[in-house]
Design a protein around this ligand. Structure first.
Ligand SMILES: Nc1nc2c(ncn2[C@@H]2O[C@H](COP(=O)(O)OP(=O)(O)OP(=O)(O)O)[C@@H](O)[C@H]2O)c(=O)[nH]1
Ligand SMILES: [Mg+2]
Length: 294
C-alpha cells in the first residue's frame, strides 16, 4: 500500500464550464450553486472527499472573466487566481470542443510551476468520441499537464479517472480533516448561497449580478432552523422586480431555497425573506468588505 495522500485542489476555468457542478458530483452533495449564467460562484467553497488512502480538499472558485466590469468582478477574478495558485494542484475545467481566449486567459494566470490536471467537461453533449481526439491533442500542446480527463459532471462519466489522476498529483500527507467532514463552510453560508441560486434561476441576464443575499439571523429551535434573509439590490427600481407581482416571485424563490436547505441540512427550515436597497454595492469597496469580498 502506498503512502496516504492529502492536499488542496483549486478548481479554475472560465465562467460556465461546470466547475461547481463537478464539485457537487464529486462530493455527492449540492455544496456549490449552479446556474446557466456566467460567474454564478462568488465565494470559495470547500468540498472534502475522503477515500481510503487519500483525502481530496477541493476549492471551487468563481469563473474568471477577461472583462471585469465592477469592483466585485475584479475581486472575484483575484480570488479565483489565488485559489488555483495556492492549492497543491490546479484542476482546470474546460468544455469539450471549446477552448477559446477566455480559457487561455485563465490558464495563463496559473503559474508555470503549478501542477495542472485538466477536466474536459460536458462530454455528454458530444455526438461521438472521435470528435474529441483532435481537441485533446490540441489541448495537450498548450502546456505540460499532469493529466487530461474527459468527463461529464452531469452523468458522472469518468469521475473515477479524474480522482485517480488527482491522487497521483497530490502530496503524501495525513488527512487534514475528519473523514466525515464535507466542507469548512457553515450552514449560514449555504443558506445564503441557496437563495442566491434561485435569484440566478428566476431573474433576467443582469439583475442577479446586482443582488446579494445576507443572512440576518439563523436560529436553531429544537429541530427547526429559523432563518431570516435579506436580498440586497442596488436601486429602488430593482425591488419590485425581485418581489414580482404581489410578491409572488420572492415567495417562489424562498420556497425553492427552503426546500434545498431542508435537503442539505436534513431538517425543517423556516425562511423569511426581505428585499433592501444598498446603493451600488458592487462598486463600493466598503460594502464589499462588509459582505466578505476582501
Ligand atoms: N450537459 C452538461 N451540462 C453541464 C455539465 N456540467 C455543468 N453543466 C451545466 O453548465 C452550466 C454551468 O454550470 P456551473 O457548474 O454553474 O458552472 P461554473 O463553471 O461553476 O460557472 P461559474 O461559477 O459561473 O464560473 C449549468 O447550466 C450546468 O447545468 C455537464 O457535464 N454536461
Ligand atoms: Mg461555479
Amino acid at each position: 500500500m502506498s503512502e496516504h495522500r492529502c492536499g488542496t485542489i483549486g478548481i479554475a476555468g472560465r465562467p460556465n464550464t461546470g466547475k461547481s457542478s463537478l464539485l457537487n458530483r464529486i462530493v455527492g452533495e449540492k455544496l456549490s450553486i449552479v446556474s446557466p449564467k456566467p460567474q454564478t460562484t462568488r465565494h470559495l467553497v470547500t468540498g472534502i472527499l475522503t477515500k481510503p488512502g487519500c483525502q481530496y480538499v477541493f476549492v471551487d472558485a468563481p469563473g474568471q472573466q477577461i472583462t471585469a466590469k465592477s469592483v466585485l468582478h475584479r475581486r472575484l477574478n483575484r480570488r479565483a487566481t489565488e485559489a488555483a495558485r495556492d492549492a497543491d494542484v490546479a484542476l482546470f475545467v474546460v468544455e469539450a470542443l471549446r477552448f477559446g481566449p477566455e480559457d487561455a486567459f485563465v490558464l495563463q494566470r496559473i503559474p508555470p510551476e503549478q501542477r495542472v490536471v485538466v477536466a474536459v467537461n460536458k462530454v455528454d453533449k458530444l455526438k461521438s468520441r472521435e470528435q474529441l481526439l483532435p481537441f485533446l491533442d490540441r489541448l495537450a500542446k498548450t502546456r505540460d499537464f499532469a493529466a487530461i480527463v474527459p468527463l461529464s459532471a452531469k452523468t458522472g462519466k469518468n469521475i473515477d479517472a479524474l480522482l485517480a489522476a488527482l491522487r497521483d498529483a497530490l502530496p503524501e500527507a495525513p488527512a487534514a480533516y475528519p473523514p466525515d467532514q464535507l466542507t469548512d463552510r457553515d450552514e449560514r453560508f449555504f443558506a445564503a448561497e441557496l437563495l442566491r441560486e434561485k435569484i440566478f434561476a428566476e431573474m433576467g441576464e443582469e439583475l442577479p449580478y446586482r443582488c446579494e443575499v445576507v443572512i440576518e439571523s439563523f436560529k436553531e429551535e429544537g429541530r427547526l432552523r429559523r432563518i431570516e434573509a435579506t436580498i440586497l439590490v442596488e436601486r429602488e427600481s430593482q425591488k419590485p422586480i425581485v418581489l414580482g407581482p404581489r410578491g409572488e416571485r420572492l415567495k417562489r424563490m424562498g420556497t425553492q431555497a427552503r426546500k434545498d436547505m431542508e435537503k442539505l441540512f436534513g431538517g425543517k427550515v423556516y425562511l423569511g425573506t426581505w428585499v433592501k436597497v444598498r446603493k451600488a454595492w458592487t462598486d463600493d469597496a466598503r460594502v464589499l468588505r462588509q459582505l466578505g469580498y476582501e
